[in-house]
Ligand binder design. Structure first.
Ligand code: BG6
Ligand code: MG
Length: 221
């Protein structure tokens, strides 16, 4: 049987860090007199730190200097890291460990494919780093999702052809990146939002071992 590569996004797939990104961006936006809603936060999922700040400034119709931009990015990340520093394995999303362990037991390959530059810190905080054969994050890529770069590097590091890789993603940009990489895309979240994915599950509790086994035996996957 051909070996498969399973590539996981981090934020919103393995851990619910979107709430911490939200708090930090909201504080920053409010300090600039810009309102920031949970709906707008949705639009920042999978989006890089630089692009997120650009979007918030666009929403608030604000122009700032380059120095101010850099300072705000640093401030945002420092606040975000304060939340992260308190994380532990209780913040791993339901059934993530079951799915990872099922894949490991089947002797398949696992990579992380995240836009975050904090990915390694977070994996250490929740004690999951050991489960990954490769980690590709915001420090390794030059092009943001929906560009397929992050997943293509992941496949390469796993030494698995892209068409034998399966991506788990909670963002629209990430699903588009997986599709562009010619990989099977599995959305974790709402089907209405992630309609471009090959399959969508509300969360991992809905993904049974039969589904995972089928991915392993499906010759097209
Ligand atoms: C993505 C998140 O995984 O990483 C985005 O969905 C975030 O919300 C992006 O902006 C970059 O993360 P970081 O940790 O490098 O600021
Ligand atoms: Mg995500």
């Amino acid at each position: 049987m051909t070996k498969k590569g399973f590539i996981f996004d981090l934020d919103g797939v393995i851990v619910d860090t979107a709430k911490y990104h939200f708090l930090a961006w909201q504080n920053l936006a409010n300090s600039l007199g810009i309102s920031f809603t949970e709906e707008q936060n949705e639009q920042l999922k999978g989006v890089s730190r630089v692009r997120s700040l650009e979007k918030i400034l666009e929403w608030g119709n604000k122009t700032i200097s380059e120095e101010e931009f850099t300072r705000l990015m640093t401030d945002k990340n420092e606040e975000y890291l304060k939340y992260i520093s308190k994380m532990d394995d209780s913040e791993i999303l339901p059934d993530v460990v079951r799915v990872l362990d099922t894949i490991i037991k089947k002797d398949q390959m696992i990579a992380l494919g995240s836009a975050s530059k904090n990915a390694r810190v977070i994996l250490d905080k929740v004690a999951l780093r050991d489960k990954f054969h490769a980690i590709v994050d915001g420090t390794n890529v030059t092009k943001a999702k929906p560009d397929p770069e992050v997943f293509l590097i992941g496949a390469k590091e796993l030494n698995i052809a892209p068409e034998h890789c399966i991506v788990f993603e909670d963002s629209v940009a990430g699903i588009q990146a997986a599709n562009a990489a010619n990989m099977i895309s599995i959305g974790i979240g709402e089907a209405k939002i992630l309609h471009e994915a090959d399959y969508v599950f509300k969360d991992f509790t809905e993904m049974n071992d039969d589904f995972l086994n089928n991915l392993l035996t499906n010759q097209n996957a």
